[in-house]
Write a protein of this length. Structure first.
Length: 198
């Protein structure tokens, strides 16, 4: 699948939120990008607010429009709360699970780990970042990945895991399905559902 390869700081600045986990390396987060950025933004419409929310979540999880629309369609067809189902589908992506387990510092780094064939699910090598993990899956890293200095540092640090994941050393276990309260990022899923329900 395609992925965004352009400048990332401008995306974070456009949304006014650190989308890619750059922390202190991200400068001028409160000023929108572009020549008119420092002048501030106009008061947005309801459509504009919904569009910004959709763009923010799409960029946060590192997926393109067509794939995001497929997730929304799947969520709309499922039973229960559509917004929560959408977030659950996004959280169950393999690259996101690697990030949540603390194996990688960012989702982009997690995606690279997966595409470089360093991740195993139940002992089988998987190199598809959008692979949908299921309850009971065991996620582990290859011996080569554990030797990478940045990954070794990540594994030594303590991470607050969501309730649906457990981790011991370089092996993670999916113990349940993601719940809304597990997602700490400021996301308004209702705006996204309304955007696609027009």
């Amino acid at each position: 699948m395609a992925r965004y390869t352009g400048p990332k700081d401008r995306l974070s600045r456009r949304e006014g939120y650190d989308l890619f986990g750059k922390g202190s390396k991200l400068t001028r987060v409160n000023i929108p990008p572009g020549v008119h950025g420092p002048k501030g933004t106009r008061v947005g419409s309801q459509y504009g607010r919904q569009l910004r929310e959709k763009q923010k979540v799409k960029r946060m999880y590192g997926i393109m429009e067509r794939q995001f629309k497929r997730y929304v369609t799947k969520a709309l067809k499922s039973r229960g709360n559509t917004g929560e189902m959408l977030l659950s589908l996004l959280e169950r992506r393999l690259d996101n699970a690697i990030f949540r387990l603390g194996f990688a510092p960012t989702r982009a780094a997690a995606r690279q780990l997966v595409s470089h064939r360093h991740v195993f699910i139940d002992g089988k090598r998987v190199n598809i970042p959008s692979f949908e993990i299921k309850q009971g899956n065991a996620i582990s890293l290859s011996p080569a990945a554990i030797k990478i200095p940045s990954i070794k540092k990540q594994l030594e640090e303590d991470h607050k895991l969501p309730s649906w994941l457990k981790r011991k050393a370089a092996v993670g276990k999916v113990t349940g399905l993601p719940k809304r309260e597990d997602i700490m990022e400021p996301i308004s899923e209702q705006d996204i559902v309304e955007f696609y329900s027009r």
